[in-house]
Design a protein around this ligand. Structure first.
Ligand SMILES: [Zn+2]
Ligand SMILES: [Zn+2]
Length: 259
């Protein structure tokens, strides 16, 4: 069996000192590939370093909306250069977070648009972080995302109606362990309508362990197996067939076969 954790932060301090063991436990559980995702300059370098070190591990580089406030044009040039490293498979995470607003909205919009431009120029897919900013995210994608090849909304927590809009635009949707939470009825309704050729899974670890492991404070890729089982059941599908289908989707989205 093969599964890919399409969004993890193995460079974050909760996991970084122990990546070898984290990877070993992941493989043991059946999660055999990883996209480790950067959020700022330092984490981007870390993501590329880790991807270079481990087989079946790839990197995404981007500036998280929380960190948009610190960005200058020199950093965007550096990001563009780093994105051309052999194991970088996407730009991200980038997007808008109007829940926390750690960066001003106008700054978030500008830095998001700049990263869409880089993705279009380098022909890379984009991993979107969108929180309480759905309409603005779609708006910026429409105005600045013309040349962008593929887009995934990561850690999706929106409604079925929003999911439908994303699908209609040809974009992809990725779910975390949140979909297993008791109070996540809305997210489950969204998951039900996403076809497997547009659906991916992720941990977003070290955050948000899925049920029944929610008490494990530091999430890790091995635990994605619980989310996979849960969603296969939700979709009334054979577990092996479910894993096969979403792995095909993930590999195609990130062009992993070509790597
Ligand atoms: Zn995110
Ligand atoms: Zn993330």
């Amino acid at each position: 069996m093969e599964l890919i954790d399409t969004h993890c932060h193995l460079g974050f301090e909760q996991l970084a000192d122990d990546v070898e063991a984290v990877v070993a436990r992941s493989i043991e559980a059946g999660v055999t590939g990883w996209i480790t995702v950067g959020t700022d300059i330092q984490q981007n370098l870390k993501a590329v370093e880790l991807a270079d070190k481990f087989e079946n591990m790839y990197a995404a580089v981007g500036i998280h909306p929380h960190d948009a406030k610190d960005v200058n044009s020199k950093m965007l040039t550096e990001l563009r250069e780093l994105a051309q490293s052999p194991k970088v498979v996407a730009i991200g995470e980038t997007g808008l977070d109007f829940h926390y607003n750690f960066s001003e909205k106008s700054v978030q919009r500008r830095v998001f648009a700049a990263q869409l431009k880089i993705a279009a120029e380098l022909n890379l897919p984009v991993i979107i972080h969108s929180r309480e900013a759905f309409d603005d995210t779609i708006d910026i994608l429409e105005r600045h995302g013309a040349g962008v090849r593929k887009v995934v909304f990561h850690c999706f927590g929106g409604s079925a109606q929003q999911a439908k809009l994303i699908l209609d635009k040809g974009f992809y949707i990725s779910f975390t362990g949140v979909v297993t939470f008791k109070n996540a009825q809305t997210t489950r309704q969204a998951a039900e309508i996403v076809p497997l050729d547009r659906l991916m899974l992720e941990t977003d670890c070290p955050y948000m362990s899925p049920e029944p492991m929610r008490k494990q404070k530091i999430n890790e890729p091995a635990l994605m197996i619980h989310t996979a089982r849960y969603l296969a059941d939700l979709k009334k599908m054979d577990f092996t067939a479910f894993c096969r289908d979403i792995t095909v989707t993930s590999k195609a989205f990130f062009s992993l076969q070509e790597k």
